[in-house]
Structure formats: C-alpha cells, structure tokens
Design a protein around this ligand. Structure first.
Ligand SMILES: [Zn+2]
Length: 567
C-alpha cells in the first residue's frame, strides 16, 4: 500500500474519531465507522454504517484503538516534513564557508554606501549596488518596487563641533536625522536652560537667541562591569524557549505620564525654535564615546521646521554642563550642513527571485531591512541581515539545487520608521492589515524568514505562536545543532519586518541570535560599523537561512499557519 492511501485511511479514522469524541454521539456507526467486536482481534473498518450498535466496553476499547490510530496518523502526517538531506547541507556549508561573498557585500553596504537612511542619496546608491550584485549572481526578476509616500530624504554633508573656551576640545557629536544645518559655522555661548515644566518657559523667553541650548540635566554614568558581547548560555536558551512570563500592560498612570512627556517635548522643541536658539545639544543614550542617534525632525515637508539638534557624547556634555554650573562661560563653534530631498517622496524595496520548478506560483520569502539610522554605517542594523539574506540567495543559486517553489528575497526600507516598506509590500501583495481583506497570493506564501538582531550567530528560531511548525523546525534544525542552533522558542518577538507578515496571519519568523554588542554598543549608534561584525557568525547565518528556505521550498505542503487574526 502506498503511503498516500494509508494516510487517507488513517486520516479518515482520525477525523472520525475527533468528530465522534466532540459530537457526543453514542455510536461510531453514526459517523461511518463500523466496529466489529466479535473476536479479540478487533477490526476497524471504514464504510457507511452497516455495523451493529456496540457495547460500552467495546466503545471504550474502540476509542483507545481509534486514538492510537489518530496518533499514528499525526506521526504519518509529520513524516511529510522530511529532515534535510546531508549532502545538500554540506554543499551549502562548503559554498558558504569556502566561497563566501558575505563580507564583501557587507563592506560595500557599510564602508562605501553607508549609512542608509531611507530616502537618502546613500540608500539609493546602495540599492543600485544590491540590484547590480543580485543580477550578477544570475537571480531572476531583480527589481526595485516603489512604495510610498515615505517622506523627504535627508543627508548630513558636513559636521564640525568644538568647544573653543574656556578650553579647546573637539566634540564627539552627531546631528539628528531630518534636522536642519546651521548655515555656516556659528561661534556662540552655551546656556543651560532648566526647562522641566511649562511654567519654566516664561523665565527663558528672550534669553536663548543666538545661544547653544542645553536643557537636559546630567545623568549618573555607571562603570561597565559586564562585557558588551555575550553568547547565550544553555540556561539562557532554555529560558528563552519558554513562553514569555506574563507582563502587566503599563498602567494608566504610566501611559498618561509618557503621553504628557511627549507633548511637553514637542512644546519644548517649538519653544527653542521660536526663541532662535542656534542649536539644541542633547546628551545621547550610551556612554564611553558611543551615542544613540536617531531622528529629530519631521519627514513631512509640510511640517514646521525645527532648530538644529545635536546628540552629544554624554561625557563631553557633562564637561560643558559642569563648567556652566561653575558660572564659567562656555563658547562652542559648530558648523552643520544638512540637506533635504523633496523631489521624490516615495521609497523602494528590492526584490530578487529564484523561480520554482513545479510550483512556481507558490512562494517562500526571506528578507531583512536595508535601511539604517545615520550616525554609524548601519552595519549590525541591518547591513548584517541584508548581507546574510543576499548571501543565502547566492548559495541557493550557485549550488544549483532544485526548488519546487519560487524563492523570493526582499530588502526593505523604512523599517526604522515603523516597518513601513514591508507593511506596504504585504498590503500590496497579501492582505490589508486593517480590514484583513486577503489577496489571492495570501494563500500561496509558505513562510517569510527575517534576520535583524545584529551580527550574532543563529541559536534558534522564534515560533511566533505557530506551534504547528515546532516538529518541522525541530527536524530542519538538526544539522545545525553542532553549530549552536538548538532552541525553538514558544515566544513571539517583535520590532522588525516579520511582524508585517505575522499580523495578517502569514507565517513570519525571526531567528534567535547571540547578542553580540547589539543592545550594549551598536544598535542605532555611531559605533554600528564594519569592525563590529563577526564574519564567522555571518557565514553560519547565511547557510542556516539557505537551508530553511530550501526545505520550505521543497516541502510537500505549505507550512502550517495560525488562525487568521480577527479585525
Ligand atoms: Zn533593525
């Protein structure tokens, strides 16, 4: 008997059992199963109800038999999901380790084209590079897909900042994205304006014109006892595998306080701008020469302009602040040239494919966000993920493996501003997340795989609440256990582009990665640069992604899904 017909029978029995157990019916005959209890060798036959009514003991025994059969069916169903072929995996490993292009690609995305703020000239050039590179590898359908509007582009062209008096020293500082420049070098005094509540505005009205304004009090800087890089221990991975302990949502008081703080900040920016301060100097999160720098102005060209805003290294901010506290005047000289680009408010995602052989209209996707913030070169966030995904495509293409479904790479923009590129793509191709209106291709995407947790190697995968994929991923993970991939997390994780798929009921997965200097040093900082990338980890990731994509492309069925979210 072929596997298919055995499975058909087992399926029928299992479904009937489930129906029986849940229906409360008293006879198996009612649901088309005849149980013949004449001999100790109980027979279960499938057919239309010809059998006699069964006894209570017979029913109990029959239930056990049927349950056993149902379990056998479940096991048979799982056998669809075969383990990876070791010869294919070693092919991927050989290509990914001996002939890797991953650090070359990463070098271009960071040193040559970085940083890649969405809609900046840099990201447009980086996009051209990616299209050219993907095409040179022989991938199909390589193109940019427009989405939008995103808003205006922005770039920093020049930045100089020095304390002139009482002593000279250069500032470690960066302009915030989407803020204007200073129209040439400005030499002026710094002032600490202690504005903490609305009543404080009146005191400083008329006192800030032509000054560099500091408004943030000093914070305590603790010594760094912990190493910034870390590999997950077995215990940490075991904890990560468990469902997230329930966390109470922020109470109303906290939410109100946060909302009020945001409203106050908006008033403060407007006040400083209206009062004619030259620039607003803000101590950046992090310390030790590392600064988190994000946006400080609007992408919408219709919004009112703000004053120049500069994120300053906290130790140097501290020196200026403490000097002012001693009533010693501080003179700074700052020169910022920033440019806005209003000619095209739309942005783009980059797409490339390997067409499927016999199910080309079914699709497996892999992707990462291509954009970054603007102070470093966006190496770990997320040239790393982009390079891993490009390299995974190159490995699959170069190894020439047969893949039944179409494999599609997407590199997103606008992720840092709210998953904008991937959400636009999902809305265009799969589903409207607000109405949950589905497009036909929603039924044809097997899964989307994402990498966006820095340079650390893969240690597992977040199941995102899709427990039905657990036994499948368990098998697919097997060849990579020696390389440290061992954990299937019952948790979901958020904050990046797999969410755009997950929120419309498509299987979207993010890998668990070692936290190599990510939250502690590189994430959105000026130190997010090439040197912080670990080449061996990057290569491991590309081979694992290639393997998961390959298995998804060749499976008998699409990956099982969670129920559709309700709107
Ligand atoms: Zn990111």
């Amino acid at each position: 008997m072929c596997v298919e017909s055995t499975r058909w029978i087992l399926t029928r029995v299992a479904r009937a059992t489930c129906a029986f157990l849940s229906s409360g019916q008293r006879s198996f005959e009612d649901i088309g199963i005849r149980i013949d209890a004449v001999t100790p060798a109980y027979q279960v036959k499938i057919g239309s109800g010809m059998g006699k009514r069964i006894t209570h003991a017979g029913l109990k025994f029959a239930t056990i038999v049927a349950l056993a059969v149902a379990l056998a069916w479940a096991a048979a169903a799982q056998s669809d999901w075969s383990a990876p072929d070791p010869t294919v995996i070693s092919k991927f490993q050989d290509e990914g380790s001996q002939h890797s292009h991953i650090m070359e690609v990463l070098g271009y995305l960071t040193d040559i084209y970085g940083p890649r703020l969405t809609n900046s000239p840099n990201i447009k050039e980086a996009g051209e590079y990616a299209v050219k590179t993907l095409s040179s590898w022989g991938l199909a359908n390589v193109h940019k897909e427009t989405w939008g509007p995103f808003g205006r582009g922005w770039s920093n062209e020049l930045f100089e900042a020095n304390e002139i008096a009482p002593r000279h020293f250069p500032l470690i500082a960066y302009p915030k994205a989407w803020t204007p420049g200073t129209n040439g070098a400005v030499t002026a005094d710094a002032i600490y304006a202690k504005i903490e509540k609305e009543e404080d505005f009146a005191f400083y009205r008329g006192r800030l014109r032509g000054m560099f304004a500091l408004t943030t009090p000093l914070r305590v800087i603790e010594p760094q006892f912990e190493a910034p890089a870390h590999r997950y221990t077995d215990q940490e991975l075991a904890d990560l595998a468990q469902p997230r302990p329930p966390q109470p949502p922020p109470d109303k008081e906290t939410r109100d306080r946060q909302r009020k703080q945001q409203e106050f900040n908006a008033k403060l920016v407007k006040f400083l701008t209206d009062e004619g301060a030259v620039a607003w100097l803000e101590p950046a999160p992090h310390d030790g020469g590392t600064l988190t720098v994000m946006g400080g102005g609007s992408r919408d060209p219709k919004d009112a302009a703000v004053l120049p805003r500069v994120a300053v290294d906290v130790e140097q901010y501290g020196r200026i602040f403490r000097t002012l506290e001693k009533n010693i005047p501080v003179t700074l000289r700052i020169n910022i040239t920033n440019k806005f680009y209003d000619d095209n408010l739309d942005s783009f995602n980059i797409v490339a494919e390997i067409p499927g052989t016999d199910k080309p209209d079914e699709v497996v996707m892999l992707g990462a966000h291509f954009d970054s913030w603007a102070s470093g070169t966006g190496a770990t966030d997320n040239a790393a993920g982009s390079s891993v995904m490009m390299e995974a495509m190159r490995i699959l293409k170069t190894c020439g493996v047969k893949m039944r479904r179409t494999v599609r790479l997407a590199l997103w923009t606008g992720e840092e501003e709210g998953l904008l590129g991937s959400r636009a793509y999902v809305a265009e191709h799969f589903a409207d997340r607000n109405s949950m209106e589905l497009k036909p291709d929603h039924a044809k995407l097997s899964a989307y795989f994402n990498v966006d947790n820095g340079t650390g190697k893969i240690r597992g995968i977040y199941l995102q609440g899709d427990e039905a994929v657990r036994p499948i991923f368990e098998k697919w993970m097997e060849p990579f256990k020696p390389e440290g991939m061992s954990t299937l997390s019952a948790r979901g994780t958020g904050g990046t582009d797999h969410v755009s798929f997950d929120e419309v009921g498509l299987p979207g997965f993010q890998f668990i990665q070692d936290p190599i200097e990510y939250e502690t040093r590189t994430h959105h900082t000026n130190m997010d640069v090439y040197e912080r990338i670990q080449a061996a980890d990057m290569k491991q990731m590309a081979v694992i992604v290639a393997s998961f994509v390959y298995m998804t492309a060749n499976a008998e069925q699409l990956l099982p899904r969670k129920p559709l979210p309700k709107r």
